[in-house]
Design a protein around this ligand. Structure first.
Ligand code: SF4
Length: 164
């Protein structure tokens, strides 16, 4: 296991992006970060840089103005990465569904791994969703490690390896 992977496994970093919601979901995220719930005890850190983040936490309906930014943030994150869509708006637009300025749910723009239901979701639901996201992220990390360590072996077995 690479040393960076070993450390990353202990502490996934989170990138939070509001694509145009009412901030109700964001207040619940702040509550999860506050000492009472202290989500950092699971090793998660809220970071503002996509290139250093492992989990993308999206709130709000995807407005047309935020669509390209969301896609770019997702593409800038290193693999493996996990996307969490939080709240009714992120699911399918919620109360903003089919408004002239929204693209509705997050999965219309990027793939979503975990859904956190509610409007706004309770802090317990946020923590539950993020713990699920970490599990998925760890699984993806193991798969990536396996593929990196065994890719040549697999290619040889398939007769597809070419060292020329
Ligand atoms: S799900 Fe509810 S609380 Fe969250 S952004 Fe939408 S309207 Fe606001």
């Amino acid at each position: 296991m690479g040393i960076f992977t070993k450390f990353r496994k202990k502490s996934p970093w989170i990138l939070h992006y509001n694509t145009g919601g009412c901030n109700g979901c964001d207040i619940e995220i702040l509550a999860a970060l506050a000492p009472k719930y202290d989500i950092e005890r699971f090793g998660m850190l809220n970071r503002g840089n996509p290139k250093q983040s492992d989990i993308l936490l999206v709130t709000g309906p995807v407005t047309k103005r935020c669509r390209d930014v969301l896609r770019r943030l997702y593409l800038e994150m290193p693999e493996p990465k996990v996307v969490v869509a939080m709240g009714a708006c992120a699911h399918g637009g919620g109360i903003f569904r089919d408004f002239y300025h929204v693209e509705n749910g997050v999965d219309n723009i990027i793939p979503v791994d975990v859904w956190i239901p509610g409007c706004a979701p309770r802090v317990e639901a946020v923590i539950d969703g993020m713990v699920e996201a970490v599990k998925i992220w760890e699984k993806k990390t193991k798969e990536k490690e396996f593929m990196r360590n065994h890719s040549n072996e697999l290619l040889e077995k398939l007769g597809a390896r070419n060292d020329d």
